[in-house]
Design a binder for this molecule. Structure first.
Ligand code: PLP
Length: 376
C-alpha cells in the first residue's frame, strides 16, 4: 500500500555514509570491531549520559542474552517481566534456563507498576526485567530499585527504546544492575542492527566483556595484562562491528538535534489533541521528565484499535498496534496459562502514530484533519 505518511523511516544521512566510506578507505583499519570508531563512540556516550561501563553489541537482543547469562542463579531462576514486550526480552532469559513469569500491565501506560511486581515476587525470583515502553519509565522506578536491592533481586532494564530518556533527574539505563539498549533501524538512532549493554553492577563488569568476546579473556590481552587469551566462560559473538559503529557515529554526535526534531513533531500532535479535547476519546502520555520522543501512542476509550487503524490506512496514514502480548503468542501460550486482563484489554486499544525524522509539520496538520473526520 502506498502511504502518504509512513509510520517510521530509519534515520539516514550522507554524513553516516561518509563515515563508513572513510573507514573503508583506511586499508589498515579492522572492520571487526573494538577499533578507534567504537572507542570514540564509547567516549561520546559516557560523556553525554554519564554511564560508567558500556559494551557495544550487535543488537539489544544480544545485550539481553548477556544480561541473562550474567544474572542466572540456580536457586533463583525465576525472572519477572511484562507480557507486553518484544519476543526476545523473554527468549533471551529462557535460553539461559530461567523460568519466565509474565506480569500484567497496570493501565494505559502499558507497563506494570511496583505493586504488580511486588505481588508476583516469590522465593525463586532472581531477576526483574522492566521495559521502558515507548521510551518512558514506569512510576516508582526509584522505589523499585531500592526494593530489588533489599530483596537481592537483580534489576534489568530493557531500555531498547529509551536512549536519552529520564526518570526524575536520572537517565534511564542507570537504574538496573544491567541495562540493554537497541540501535536497530526502528529506534531513534541506529547502526542497521546494533545494541548496547550498560553495566552498573561492578560485579558483572569483567565477565560481561568475556561473554561478549566469545567467552574468552581476549580483552586482557588487548590491555596488555596477559600474553595469550583463553576460554574462560560461556560466551558468544556479541560485539558491534566497526562498520556498524561507523554508521552510528554521526548519529551519536548529532543525537540532541535528532531528539529536538522528534520533540517538535510530538508536541505538534499534543497541541491538536489538547485543543480538540481529544482526551475524551483516548489516553495519551503527557510526560513529566526529559524524554527522547521515541514513540507516540494513544489508547482509545471507546473504539477498538483495529477499527481506527483501518480508517487511518484508508486515509493513507500508516499506523500500528503495539505488541501482541507474549502470553497470547503461539510460543508464549506454551509457558504461561493465566489471563492477564489489563494487558489483553489495553493491547486491543493502543495505536502507535507516525513519528520519525522525515515527518513534516504539515503532515501533522493532515493527520489532524483525519482525526477530526473520525471522532467528530
Ligand atoms: C527493539 C526492541 C528490542 C530488540 O532490539 P534489537 O536491537 O532488534 O535486538 C527488545 N526490546 C524492546 C522493548 C524493543 O523495543
Amino acid at each position: 500500500m502506498n502511504f502518504k505518511i509512513q509510520f517510521h523511516e530509519p534515520y539516514r544521512s550522507s554524513k553516516c555514509d561518509t563515515d563508513v566510506r572513510k573507514l573503508l578507505l583506511n586499508k589498515k583499519a579492522s572492520l571487526f570491531g573494538f577499533g578507534d570508531i567504537t572507542n570514540r563512540n564509547e567516549k561520546i556516550i559516557k560523556k553525554k549520559f554519564g554511564f560508567k561501563d558500556i559494551l557495544f553489541t550487535n543488537s539489544c537482543t544480544s545485550s539481553l542474552e548477556i544480561a541473562a547469562l550474567l544474572t542466572f542463579r540456580k536457586n533463583k531462576n525465576e525472572v519477572l517481566m511484562p507480557s507486553y514486550t518484544f519476543s526476545t526480552t523473554a527468549s533471551s532469559f529462557l535460553r539461559s534456563n530461567f523460568s519466565v513469569k509474565f506480569l500484567d500491565i497496570k493501565d494505559q501506560t502499558m507497563m506494570p507498576d511496583l505493586d504488580i511486581i511486588k505481588k508476583n515476587i516469590t522465593k525463586k525470583t532472581g531477576v526483574v526485567v522492566i521495559v521502558h515502553y515507548a521510551g518512558l519509565p514506569i512510576n516508582d522506578l526509584d522505589k523499585l530499585k531500592i526494593f530489588c536491592k533489599k530483596k537481592k533481586i537483580f534489576l534489568v532494564e530493557d531500555a531498547a527504546q529509551a536512549l536519552g530518556s529520564y526518570y526524575k533527574n536520572n537517565i534511564l539505563g542507570s537504574f538496573g544492575d544491567l541495562a540493554c539498549f537497541s540501535y536497530h533501524e526502528t529506534k531513534n538512532i541506529h547502526a542497521g542492527s546494533g545494541g548496547m549493554l550498560v553495566v552498573n553492577n561492578k560485579k558483572f563488569k569483567e565477565k560481561a566483556h568475556f561473554i561478549l568476546e566469545r567467552g574468552t579473556d581476549r580483552r586482557l590481552v588487548l590491555k596488555n595484562l596477559k600474553k595469550k587469551y583463553s576460554w574462560v566462560t560461556i560466551g558468544s559473538s556479541f560485539n558491534m562491528t566497526e562498520l556498524n559503529s561507523a554508521y552510528l557515529s554521526y548519529q551519536l554526535k548529532n543525537y540532541d538535534n535528532i531528539i529536538k526534531k522528534r520533540k517538535k513533531t510530538y508536541e505538534k500532535y499534543l497541541k491538536f489533541f489538547k485543543s480538540n479535547n481529544l482526551e475524551k476519546y483516548f489516553y495519551f502520555n503527557q510526560n513529566r521528565y526529559k524524554f527522547n520522543y521515541h514513540s507516540l501512542f494513544i489508547v482509545l476509550k471507546k473504539y477498538s484499535a483495529s477499527k481506527f487503524i483501518k480508517f487511518l490506512k484508508k486515509n493513507k496514514i500508516q499506523c500500528f498496534i503495539g505488541y501482541v502480548p507474549l502470553h497470547n503468542s503461539p510460543f508464549g501460550r506454551k509457558i504461561h496459562n493465566k489471563k492477564l486482563l489489563n494487558t489483553e484489554f489495553y493491547s486491543k486499544k493502543i495505536v502507535r502514530l507516525p513519528i520519525h525524522n522525515n515527518i513534516q509539520l504539515q503532515d501533522i496538520d493532515y493527520i489532524k484533519k483525519v482525526f477530526e473526520k473520525f471522532f467528530f
